[in-house]
Design a protein around this ligand. Structure first.
Ligand code: AHM
Ligand code: MG
Length: 352
């Protein structure tokens, strides 16, 4: 074609090279379903307004995360949280943004955050309480690796000023739970009890449905654990890790080990690709590292709604009765069959 522009010539050459016929980088998208449209008519007005406040807050956190290196927002804040852990500047920035958005929302009676000591009461007329880890995976902040916000929402059980009692509810009673992954894309994954759906943040700062009806594989080929701690694990778990690394064609072993060190990143991969993520208790310790209310329950809810499983080693994470707002639990979560295999090893302590 004599009059072809250089762009058309490049396009033809690219298609020839890659045998691509229909794809164009600039093809118009199908009509998108916005987060707000998705929520309409599905839940109570108050729950939707809490969910939209969290979505807006995380869109604002996305900006802080993306440009942290330019805004003096990396590094430690010079303080420790109620759990004695070093706090990063972005942990506090994210916490302030979430709390400010929930404060402006009719519907949120109180917040429990990883970054604050006790329950923070907000609107006494609000019907919902929110437990949140504003920025999980703190050790990844300064290296621009995946981090995320995790949250669970319950209908409150008291009247007047909300208190600890409103948060002592099992995962099975959750009204909604989700996380936002700040990775190469910013993705909000949500469940309100009717499956698990993912929404990608667009250039205008709005979430659009991108991962409808997420379904986790029954069996996975990836295991995810801080294997550096393996010598502190129970023998059964050490056997499971050894089993994952053995060669066996019939069960597609060895499995791949993937560990980002950020629960949101590791769980997002587990949801989409299958496998197991676990953060166990160590020998002599009854609890693991991860927090029940704002890390394990939300993830267990999302994975269970997607067809997977989550256990503390003895029972479903969603059946655990919380007794304290910052309590921790061991967790084994992911593809149902893979989790069950791991639990068998854990219980029998038989060497592979
Ligand atoms: P954080 O809330 O202080 O960021 O800690 C939670 C994180 C999880 O995202 C991750 O799964 C885990 O800690 C990693 O811990 P470790 O570095 O011990 O493997
Ligand atoms: Mg955390």
């Amino acid at each position: 074609m004599r009059n072809a522009t250089s762009a058309q010539r490049l396009d033809r050459a690219t298609k020839k090279t890659h045998k691509i016929h229909a794809f164009s980088y600039f093809s118009p998208m199908n009509k998108e379903t916005s987060f707000a449209d998705f929520l309409k008519g599905e839940n109570s007005i108050q729950l939707n307004s809490v969910l939209e406040a969290i979505a807006d807050a995380t869109a604002a956190i996305h900006q802080k995360v993306a440009y942290a290196g330019l805004n003096d927002s990396t590094g430690t804040a010079g303080s420790t949280n109620v759990q004695g852990e070093e706090v990063q500047k972005l942990d506090l920035i994210a916490n302030d943004i979430i709390v400010a958005h929930l404060q402006k929302t009719a519907g949120c009676a109180a917040v429990v955050s990883e970054e604050t000591d006790g329950v923070l009461p907000l609107d006494n007329d609000g019907e919902y309480v929110v437990a949140v880890d504003p920025l999980d995976g703190s050790s990844n902040i300064d290296i621009a690796a995946p981090i995320g916000t995790i949250f669970a929402i319950w209908k409150r059980t008291t009247t007047g000023t909300a208190n600890d009692k409103d948060f002592m509810q099992k995962g099975n009673a959750v009204a909604a739970a989700g996380y936002v992954l700040f990775g190469s894309s910013t993705i909000l994954v949500l469940s309100t009890g009717k499956g698990t759906n993912g929404f990608t943040l667009d250039a205008s700062g709005k979430y659009q449905l991108s991962h409808p009806a997420i379904s986790i594989k029954k069996e996975g080929k990836i295991y995810s654990v801080n294997q550096g701690n393996a010598s502190k694990f129970d023998e059964g778990l050490q056997s499971f890790i050894a089993w994952c690394t053995q060669t066996d064609k019939a069960t597609s072993r060895p499995y791949s080990l993937r560990y980002i060190g950020s629960m949101v990143g590791d769980l997002h991969r587990t949801l989409l690709k299958g496998g197991i993520f676990f953060y166990p208790a160590n020998k002599g310790e009854t609890k693991g590292k991860l927090r029940l209310l704002y890390e394990c329950i939300p993830m267990a809810y999302l994975v269970t709604q997607a067809g997977g499983a989550a256990s503390d080693g003895n029972q479903s994470i969603l059946d655990l009765q919380p007794t304290e707002i910052h309590e921790r639990t061991a967790i084994f979560i992911g593809s149902e069959n893979t989790v069950n295999t791991c639990l068998k090893f854990l219980k029998t302590e038989v060497l592979a």
